[in-house]
Design a protein around this ligand. Structure first.
Ligand SMILES: Cc1ncc(COP(=O)(O)O)c(C=O)c1O
Length: 397
């Protein structure tokens, strides 16, 4: 009854972890959720007011498939103001979150059997977008010792004529790593040389702490075909509003619009009007949230690196840390062995009542992802609990 396509893809296990935490909470268990993938702040008031006004003003109907013109203009203004990028509204598509733009873009580009390069640790949805578009992910590993930057020897080994696409995600979910400009320029030169489209997932672009964020397209001297994808979700604490967008080559944007028009018609009208206010109105809350995340990052990092057996690189962006927990793999408790990061994450949930996300789910064993999109008191308590549970593990005899 169910298609082969469904069998080919994995469910979103980050969403599963969130559901698991919610389920335990509903049973009265005091769970600390360090698996969260969304800001704990509320959407700023000016955006909420704009949404209420949009309803009163009658913006309750379908919009053009690729988004309201006024929003596409506001996106162009934002891309120019914040990212020094020049696009016109015809080169923009508004979708139901960046996730939807990413998925539609893969469908617009890939034919059955085409390959797409992603870098591990990868955001869980990247391989599935590619599989849903009948493509094959080609995973290039990156490592914490090298700050999760790509290894170009590994990349070169994989080059073949079936590759049509490469996805870049800096700052990254799950590692928080921000790639330097030279690395991105080098990737773009491969893409230009071999004619790969580059999707640059920039949904954490406003959460870069130690350097100035540089949009991939601004580094594109090589002339690769770059589709820039950004989102209102993380920047404006608007995850539930489902508004994201893509900007780039008009042929690809039109192809995406054709697919989107048949799949969902358009993104929701009220969210689109509210997004105009988000992008063009007062930006002070964006700065407030970024400052808070930076402060939390430093506190979380210090605390993690205090725990014996764990080490963590400084993540330059997003709101995740991705510590190395290899030391604990192979240990045991009460005859039960902890072999993988999935086992460790399960054990931490059982023993410490704290959710984390196993690195293996992001294609990177030996790590767990911890989010600081939660208040300091809560995550410090979670880390205390994690430390206590880890200290109970014993070397296998
Ligand atoms: C790397 C990355 N891209 C895209 C998204 C999706 O964002 P949106 O809410 O705009 O669909 C997420 C959300 O977690 C993400 O981490």
């Amino acid at each position: 009854m169910i298609s082969n396509k469904v069998d080919k893809i994995l469910p979103s296990f980050t969403l599963q972890m969130t559901s698991r935490a919610a389920e335990l909470r509903s049973q009265g268990v005091d769970v600390i959720d360090l698996g969260v993938g969304e800001p704990d702040f509320n959407t700023p008031d000016n955006i909420i007011a704009a949404a209420k006004k949009a309803m009163d003003d009658g913006f309750t109907k379908y919009t053009p498939g690729s988004g309201l013109f006024v929003l596409r203009e506001a996106i162009c203004e934002k891309l120019h103001r914040d990212n020094s990028l020049s696009y016109n509204p015809d080169q923009i598509i508004v979708s139901n979150g960046a996730k939807h733009s990413l998925s539609t873009c893969c469908q617009a580009i890939l034919n059955p059997g085409d390959q797409a390069i992603i870098f591990s640790p990868y955001w869980v949805s990247f391989p599935e977008f590619i599989r849903l578009a009948d493509g094959e992910p080609v995973v290039i590993p990156t490592f914490s010792e090298k700050n999760f930057t790509p290894d170009f020897d590994q990349l070169e080994k994989q080059i073949n004529p079936r590759i049509k696409l490469m996805i870049i995600n800096s700052p990254s979910n799950p590692t928080g790593a921000v790639w330097d400009n030279e690395t991105i320029r080098r990737l773009l030169s491969y893409a230009a040389q071999y004619n790969w489209v580059v999707i640059s997932d920039e949904c954490y672009e406003q959460l870069v702490y130690d350097n100035e964020f540089q949009s991939t397209e601004t580094l594109n001297d090589a002339g690769a075909n770059v589709i820039t994808i950004q989102s209102l979700s993380k920047t404006y604490a608007m995850t539930g509003w489902r508004i994201g967008y893509a900007a780039g080559d008009i042929t690809i944007i039109k192809a995406m619009s054709k697919i989107q028009g048949q799949a969902t018609s358009c993104a929701n009208s009220i969210g689109q009007i509210a997004s105009v206010e988000a992008l063009t109105g007062d930006q002070s809350e964006v700065k407030m949230m970024k400052d808070a995340f930076l402060n939390r990052r430093n506190k979380m990092l210090n605390r993690i690196n205090d725990i014996a057996g764990i080490s963590c690189q400084t993540p330059g962006g997003a709101f995740y840390t991705f510590p190395n927990v290899t030391h604990f793999l192979g240990m045991e408790i009460d005859g039960k062995k902890i072999d993988t990061s999935f086992d460790l994450s399960d054990y931490i949930l059982d023993m410490a009542k704290t959710t984390t996300v196993a690195g293996a789910g992001f294609g990177c064993e030996g790590h767990i992802r911890l989010s600081y999109a939660t208040d300091e008191k809560t995550f410090l308590e979670g880390l205390n609990r994690i430390e206590t549970s880890l200290m109970k593990l014993k070397e296998t005899s």
